[in-house]
Write a protein that binds this ligand. Structure first.
Ligand code: PLP
Length: 428
C-alpha cells in the first residue's frame, strides 16, 4: 500500500501541531506506524491522500452513524450556510433542536446546547455540584468523559493508550474530589457513599462503556446506581455522548429503561459538526444561567449551521426506527463472524457487542471493567490493527476503543470485514 502523501503530510504536521494530530486518539502510537491523512469519505468508505480506500469502522468516532456524505444532512447544511454562518443571537433551529431532544430522550425536559462532549460533561458536573451544594463525584475507572480536569483520572481510551491516565496539569486539589470505582462494581460505589457521607454530588458514567473498548453493564448495575443516588441525594448522570441516538433513538436510557437526572450528549447530535448538549429534569436545568446561578456560556453554542446538520440527523433517526434494527443486525453479523473466526483458529479472544458498538479484546478473560480490559495483549492488537489496515479496513488505532457501525455497512461489506478479520488473525 502506497501511503507516501500521508507520510509527507505527517512530517509537516509534526512541525506545526503537537504530535502531528489535533486529537491524540488519531495518532497510531499505540499500534505502530503513522496516521493516514484522509481526503474524502463517502458511504462506508474513507479515501486517503494517496487514494487508498478503507472500510470505515470508526465513523468519526460515532457521529457518522448514517455513513459519510449523507445527502439529506449535507443539503440541510448548504441551505443554512446561505443565511450566515453565525448570529450570536437566538435562532429558530435552536428551538426546534431543543424540542426534538426533549421528545427523543426520556430524561430530558430542558436542554442546553454546547460545542463538544467535553463541554457537556464539564457543565453537567458543575451543575450537579451547584444544585446539590456538594463537591465530590464518582466516576468509573476506564470511563472517558472528555478532557475536563476533574475527569482525567483513570480516563480510558486516549489517556490509557498514551500511558498517562493522570495528566500533568491536573492539580491534586481537583483530583481529590473525583472518587473512583471499578465499572460494574455496585459494592464499591456503596462504600464510597458510606465513606463520603453527604459529600457526593453525582455519579457520572457511560451506561455502556465505549472508552475502554465496548463494555456492557451487568444486569442490575444501572438500576443499582439509580437506587444509590436516590438514597444519598446524589444525581445520576449518564454520559451518552457516545450512546445517545446510537443504542436507541432515546439512547442507552431508553434501551435499559433507567432514567438519569442529567444526560450529556455529543457526537451523533451534530451530524458531523461540533455539537454537544446537556439536559435533564426541569428543576435541575433551571439552575443554569440566566435562569439560575450556575454559569455556563458559549459564543458559538447553538450555531445555525451545526444545528441544521444535527436536526437533519436526529429527525431522520427519530422518523426511521428501523435504522436501529439494521445497525443491530449488521453489528451482530460482524460480531458472530469474528467469534466464529476466533473459534476456527483455535483462539480464545473476547467479542462484545450491543447495538452498533463492538470490540474484539485480545484476552481470554470476560471483559466487565477496566481491570479485565487491561488484560488484553495490546502488542497483538497493534499487529492485528495493521493487518486489517493493509486489507483495507480502518479500525480505531487502540485496543481500548469501541468500533462504530454505520448504516452504510451493507451485509456484503460486513462479509468483507469478517474475511479480513480471519486473515488478519491468522497471520498474527
Ligand atoms: C467522545 C466522548 C466525550 C468527549 O466528547 P468530545 O466531543 O470529544 O469533547 C465525552 N464522553 C464520552 C462518553 C465520549 O465518548
Amino acid at each position: 500500500m502506497n501511503t507516501k502523501r500521508s507520510q509527507v503530510l505527517f512530517e509537516r504536521a509534526k512541525r506545526c501541531i503537537p504530535g502531528g494530530v489535533n486529537s491524540p486518539v488519531r495518532a497510531f502510537k499505540a499500534v505502530g506506524g503513522n496516521p493516514l491523512f484522509i481526503k474524502s469519505a463517502k458511504g462506508a468508505f474513507l479515501y486517503d491522500e494517496d487514494d487508498n480506500r478503507y472500510i470505515d469502522l470508526i465513523n468519526s468516532w460515532g457521529p457518522m452513524i448514517l455513513g459519510h456524505g449523507n445527502e439529506m444532512i449535507e443539503a440541510a447544511v448548504k441551505e443554512a450556510i446561505l443565511d450566515s454562518l453565525s448570529f450570536g443571537a437566538p435562532s429558530k433551529r435552536e428551538v426546534e433542536m431543543g424540542e426534538l431532544i426533549v421528545e427523543m430522550v426520556p430524561s430530558i425536559d430542558k436542554v442546553r446546547m454546547v460545542n463538544s462532549g467535553t463541554e457537556a460533561t464539564m457543565s453537567a458536573i458543575r451543575l450537579a455540584r451547584g444544585c446539590t451544594g456538594k463537591d465530590k463525584f464518582i466516576k468509573f475507572e476506564g470511563c472517558y468523559h472528555g478532557h475536563g480536569d476533574s475527569f482525567l483520572i483513570a480516563a480510558g481510551s486516549g489517556a490509557v493508550t498514551m500511558g498517562t491516565p493522570d495528566s500533568p496539569g491536573v492539580t491534586p486539589g481537583t483530583a481529590k474530589d473525583t472518587l473512583l470505582a471499578p465499572f460494574n462494581d455496585i459494592e464499591a460505589v456503596k462504600n464510597l457513599f458510606d465513606q463520603n457521607k453527604g459529600q457526593i454530588a453525582a455519579i457520572i458514567l457511560e451506561p455502556v462503556v465505549g472508552n475502554m473498548g465496548c463494555v456492557l453493564p451487568l444486569e442490575g448495575f444501572l438500576e443499582g446506581l439509580r437506587t444509590l443516588c436516590d438514597q444519598n441525594d446524589a444525581l445520576l448522570i449518564f454520559d451518552e455522548v457516545m450512546t445517545g441516538f446510537r443504542l436507541a433513538s432515546g439512547g442507552a436510557q431508553e434501551r435499559f429503561g433507567v432514567i438519569p437526572d442529567l444526560t450529556t450528549l455529543g457526537k451523533i447530535i451534530g451530524g458531523g459538526m461540533p455539537v454537544g448538549a446537556y439536559g435533564g429534569k426541569a428543576e435541575i436545568m433551571d439552575f443554569v444561567s440566566p435562569q439560575g446561578p450556575v454559569y455556563q456560556a458559549g459564543t458559538l453554542s447553538g450555531n445555525p449551521v451545526a444545528m441544521a446538520a444535527g436536526l437533519a440527523m436526529l429527525r431522520h433517526l427519530y422518523a426511521n426506527p428501523t435504522v436501529y434494527d439494521q445497525l443491530e443486525n449488521t453489528s451482530r453479523m460482524i460480531a458472530k463472524g469474528i467469534e466464529s473466526n476466533i473459534k476456527k483458529l483455535g483462539l480464545d479472544y473476547q467479542v462484545t457487542q450491543i447495538g452498533s458498538m463492538l470490540s474484539l479484546f485480545f484476552t481470554n478473560q470476560k471483559v466487565i471493567d477496566f481491570e479485565s480490559a487491561k488484560t488484553s495483549d495490546t502488542g497483538k492488537f497493534g499487529k492485528y490493527f495493521n493487518n486489517m489496515l493493509n486489507r483495507g479496513v480502518y479500525l480505531a488505532p487502540s485496543q481500548f476503543e469501541t468500533l462504530f457501525i454505520s448504516t452504510a455497512i451493507t451485509s456484503e461489506i460486513a462479509e468483507q470485514v469478517i474475511e479480513a478479520n480471519f486473515e488478519s488473525l491468522k497471520s498474527l
